[in-house]
Ligand binder design. Structure first.
Ligand code: FE
Length: 290
């Protein structure tokens, strides 16, 4: 059986976000502005922050897409204009569908900021189809213990199923369009083939160790993105290093709709983009009450 070939391997760049915290941002970057339906992937840390130095992203709006936060280390709190508030710790996921618009803040908890410590998290932006861009905002706050985990019989390949399905485990998170969001850990010497429907775009982001991908064993290391071609119904990966291979596999059906984006707004037309700015500036996306 053949598996998907590799389109290309992309090196990430480090950039500053929010109040000035370092992220690795595989995309958007010049030459890879999106990977339909995915608009952005940020890896925050891993970094050890000193007491009082943890930074976040204070009050800012979103419209027209979804923000997905997945925490590996540290504690974050979120708060928004819909009156929604909560904390996220290691292993927890927040899948926020901004839809017509929210204003929210994403910061380390007061306690974490005071003590400092290890911070490591991912944020993915998923575009919404035209029909859902103005839907009411929706939250799915899923604690770590509710996220299915599965492994191969020999225990060498482990997967956390944030969205979609792998190794017989099905995600509890509901997505607007078909998406798979899988966190794989492969022990040295192991290999795995994950089914991916042919109509999905698929990429892997390696954030620990090194491995090979695709039928020709294309190498990728920590910090690189592997873009798969849409030429088969599975992707194959193998750990060829001495450390565990850690990666996110993200797949989704491309929307194939016009996309105009500026900062926190992603719409289908320029007019809708201007409208988003106008609605935000005139307070129609609400504000955070404290
Ligand atoms: Fe945000």
């Amino acid at each position: 059986m053949s598996t998907r070939s590799i389109l290309k391997v992309v090196q990430t760049v480090r950039t500053l976000e929010g109040e000035g915290f370092v992220v690795r941002r595989p995309f958007p970057v010049p030459g890879l502005m999106q990977f339909d339906p995915f608009l952005l992937l940020d890896e925050v840390g891993p970094v050890t922050v000193l007491p009082g130095e943890a930074k976040g992203a204070p009050d800012h709006p979103h419209r027209g897409f979804e923000t997905v936060s997945y925490i590996l280390e540290g504690r974050h709190e979120h708060r928004d204009s819909e009156g929604h508030a909560g904390e996220l710790g290691p292993g927890d996921v927040q899948w926020m569908t901004a839809g017509a618009g929210v204003v929210h803040s994403e910061t380390p908890t007061r306690e974490f900021a005071r003590t400092g410590g290890r911070m490591h998290a991912f944020q993915v932006w998923v575009n919404l189809p035209r029909r859902d861009k103005m839907m009411p905002p929706r939250y799915q706050d899923i604690p770590s213990e509710r996220i299915p985990v599965a492994s191969t019989p020999d225990g060498k390949v482990r997967v956390k199923v944030i969205a979609g399905e792998s190794l017989g485990a099905r995600a509890v998170i509901d997505t607007r369009t078909p998406i798979q969001y899988l966190h794989f850990t492969l022990e040295p010497g192991s290999r795995f083939e994950q089914p991916v429907p042919r109509d999905h775009n698929a990429f892997a982001y390696v954030f620990g160790g090194e491995g090979t991908f695709g039928p020709e064993g294309t190498r990728a290391v920590d910090g690189q993105v592997v873009l798969f071609a849409n030429d088969s119904d599975s992707v194959v990966m193998a750990n060829t290093g001495a450390e565990p291979l850690q990666l996110l596999l993200l797949t989704g059906v491309p929307l194939k709709e016009p996309m105009v984006r500026y900062g926190p707004f992603v719409m289908n037309t320029e007019a809708e983009l201007y409208q988003a700015f106008e609605d935000y500036q005139s307070g129609r996306m609400g504000r955070i009450l404290r």
